[in-house]
Design a protein. Structure first.
Lengths: 421, 120
């Protein structure tokens, strides 16, 4: 059986950064498995700029950001296989792989890094009434068709959902000469970054209708019209508020779901909130030697944070391979998300083995103004930071320092929550 | 005296800015760093954008190559620039930074490739 120290599942931004970090941490034997025909993942179709402000201190487009990491992987001579699909991973870290050159093979890994990214939520998950004509695309599909395949997607467009990809596509289609009539968002706030609302909608006078959803799709062969309606606090349409738009295209930007079929086949513990694996401060899952990073772990807004997270996963996977034995003397603390904080990543932390500081990332449940983000160690408040605005569309973080645990030798729980005063 | 509400796009924080404009005199509040002030000045006095799109490639491993304006261009020029980009095509191979259109729409700024596309 083919054997490797670290096998990385996915050659997008997370997989690339994890590979580079693992090599820098001294692991020679690394293999990246990528199902697409090129490295770079979703960045290849994200041709807009704004990537890399944190990582490279400049604004890059998606393909440029990807190429920085692809160049590092090439410079480090890290092997990768393209057009290669991983179909199973088991508890013993045997990775079953299929491609046209090798057929069906199994690879034994000492450590596995899960970096499979996420998928778009499809129409079928929404229960939108109406016909099923051509012209209904998830925003990312339309993005790929336009930017990579070079097709024209539609001329008159309605967009449901104000996720970042939907906002980016509103601008992209406008620039290509299409008329984007409206962006309807079910929630009373946008799920996208503010800068995208400013630069993709406001710049082009595209209306954003919050608390609205699609209640009918018309057209038998091709979409001919869409009806949207306002929704109440129960998110149900309010009769009498219907508005009709003629259009030939409906884009859906209604959320991303981490792609975790492989994680489930290993049998690792999953979070019901992130739909990703539960991890400790090393980004190691409940299955020893299996690490996770990027959008497969939880959906990110910024690729810079994906790279940072993946660097940590790669470094820790390397340390795991080098140590070759289970850790002893662990002091595991559970992180709890409460009062407006929906989840935390990581979900646990080992005080004895953690690095000097651990970045805990999370999202809030609603739009909040003038709230504190507080951290409690076993019920004792240890920090609070005032935030003018908190929104579910913008990931937040707190940094926990190892030396802050010195006074809490029997610590069991860390609570991260929002507070009004 | 005019007052405009802006959202700073200098970083993901997205600070809500209030800008009081009195001729060339611009007063910014609501920002949490210098970049917010700079952004507001620029946005009310001479707004600019980077335009990104993609252009057809002949004889390449991919049919499209992504492109951008190498620098910020005046916001009012976006559609003139898009018109030229839509009419352009390039021959493979293309490398990141290659000039696809020189002096696009009279802005003095070139359109450059943001992706490598090999020849087939």
């Amino acid at each position: 059986m083919e054997k490797h120290d670290i096998v990385i599942i996915g050659g997008g931004p997370a997989g690339l950064a994890a590979a580079v970090a693992a090599r820098k941490a001294g692991i020679q034997d690394i293999l990246i498995l990528e199902r697409d025909g090129c490295l770079g993942g979703i960045l290849n179709q994200c041709i807009h700029n704004g990537f890399g402000l944190h990582t490279f201190k400049e604004e890059l487009t998606g393909p440029e950001y990807a190429s920085r990491y692809i160049d590092m992987v090439e410079a480090e001579k890290i092997p990768y296989k393209l057009n290669t699909m991983v179909i199973d991973i088991n508890k013993d870290k045997e990775v079953t792989v299929i491609n046209r050159e090798d057929g069906l093979t199994t690879i034994q890994a000492k450590a596995v890094i899960l970096a499979m990214g996420c998928r778009e939520r499809p129409r079928g998950a929404l229960n939108i009434p109406g016909y099923r004509p051509a012209g209904i695309y998830s925003a990312g599909t339309a993005q790929r068709l336009m930017n990579i395949e070079g097709f024209s997607v539609g001329r008159e467009v309605v967009i449901l959902g104000s996720g970042d990809i939907g906002l980016i596509m509103a601008r992209r289609m406008t620039l290509e000469g299409a008329k984007v009539k409206v962006v309807a968002e079910l929630m009373p706030y946008s799920g996208g970054l503010k800068r995208n609302i400013v630069q993709c909608l406001d710049d082009y006078g595209i209306p954003l209708k919050l608390s609205h959803t699609v209640v009918n799709i018309e057209g038998k062969e091709r979409v001919t019209g869409i009806t949207i309606a306002e929704v109440g606090p129960d998110r149900k349409p309010i009769p009498g508020t219907e508005e009709h738009y003629t259009c030939d295209t409906l884009l859906l930007s209604v959320g991303l779901i981490p792609e975790n079929e492989l994680s489930r086949s290993i049998g690792i513990q999953m979070s019901r909130i992130t739909s990703g694996p539960e991890v400790n401060d090393q980004l190691e899952t409940s299955s020893e030697g299996v690490f996770a990073c990027g959008n497969v772990l939880h959906v990110h807004d910024l690729v810079d944070y994906v790279s940072e997270e993946a660097t940590l996963a790669g470094t820790n996977a390397a340390a795991y391979v080098k140590a070759g034995e289970e850790k002893s003397d662990c002091h595991v603390v559970t992180l709890k998300a409460e009062n407006g904080v929906r989840y935390t990543v990581p979900q646990t932390l080992d005080v004895n083995h953690m690095q000097d500081k651990v970045t805990v990332r999370f999202r809030v449940a609603d739009v909040y103004k003038d709230r504190y983000i507080s951290v409690y160690y076993d019920g004792v408040q240890v920090s609070k930071k005032k935030k003018k605005v908190l929104a579910p569309g913008e990931m937040e973080q707190v940094i926990l320092k190892k030396d802050s645990f010195g006074e809490y030798p029997n610590l069991k729980n860390i609570v991260i929550c929002t507070e009004v005063e | 005296m005019e007052t405009r509400e802006l959202i700073c796009i200098g970083c993901p924080l997205g600070c809500p800015l209030t800008v009081r404009i009195d001729g060339e005199n611009v007063e910014v509040s609501g920002n949490t760093c210098k970049r917010g002030e700079d952004y507001a000045h620029k946005e009310v006095l001479s707004p600019t954008r980077i335009v990104t799109s993609s252009v057809h490639v002949n004889g390449g491993e991919l049919s499209m190559v992504s492109v951008k304006t190498r620098e910020d261009i005046p916001k009012g020029k976006i559609f003139d620039i898009m018109k030229e980009i839509r009419e352009a095509s390039v021959e493979a191979p293309v490398a990141i930074g290659d000039v696809v259109i020189e002096n696009c729409a009279g802005t003095g700024i070139p359109i450059v490739a943001t992706k490598n596309v090999a020849k087939v």
